[in-house]
Design a protein around this ligand. Structure first.
Ligand SMILES: [Zn+2]
Length: 217
């Protein structure tokens, strides 16, 4: 890939698949082995930038960086960390919209590895199954903690909820600021990006309007 093509992909959010592109050997190494390797390589990057790693303030940075990447920011790459979406029978027979609003999005763009921060608003209309509310937040947190594109993040959350709840009637809206837009490139501090993905009855304008009204309250 030439450099111009690489820049174009970074700006256009080309996403080929709903699955995060992972290597087949992605989880052959333990987390601690990964931390050790990334620590080594990030130290090299710092050295290449001209930083003196013998300085007290900098000497621990490669380790802190590596641990943060593997165990915090990108813990959601590893399926073993995926929250279990246990569902319950819809005993109340609640059949109207359930909305979970203002779920924190703490993610990172996969083109620049810079933060994406914002909120997700999610609704579903239960059929036979309901899910514990905090499980929705946990699922959002899990998929956010990967290098992401916002479009794919929305779809991954939508698909999992549809599967767990055994209904297509789910809507996922995400509004987020991308640091790669606000602090480099165009440097627009005010713009944010909204994605909206849905299925089933949310294809109906009236249902989406009802959702939007609740969100905007
Ligand atoms: Zn980016």
């Amino acid at each position: 890939m030439n450099k111009e093509h690489i820049e174009t992909i970074g700006n256009n959010h080309i996403s080929s698949n709903i699955e995060t592109p992972l290597r087949t050997d992605a989880f052959d190494k333990t987390d601690d082995e990964k931390v050790k390797n990334i620590q080594h390589h990030f130290g090299k990057i710092m050295e290449e930038l001209g930083l003196d790693l013998t300085d007290d303030s900098l000497s621990g940075t490669p380790y802190r960086f590596a641990k943060m990447y593997v165990k915090e920011l990108f813990y959601g790459l590893n399926p073993k960390n995926k929250p279990k979406l246990s569902t319950f029978d819809n005993k109340y027979g609640y059949k109207k919209m359930l909305v979970e609003q203002n779920i924190t999005i703490d993610s990172a763009c996969e083109h620049h590895f810079l933060p994406i921060t914002g909120h997700a608003h999610i609704a579903y209309i239960p059929k036979d199954k309901v899910v514990g509310l905090s499980k929705i937040n946990r699922l959002v947190d899990y998929y956010s903690h990967r290098p992401q594109v916002q479009e794919r993040l929305s779809l991954q959350i939508l698909k999992d909820l549809q599967e767990a709840l055994q209904t297509e009637d789910v809507i996922v809206m995400i509004s987020a600021k991308h640091l790669c837009v606000s602090s480099r490139g165009i440097k627009d501090k005010n713009s944010y990006t909204t994605t909206i993905e849905y299925g089933g009855c949310f294809k109906d304008d009236a249902k989406r309007d009802e959702f939007m009204k609740i969100i905007n309250n």
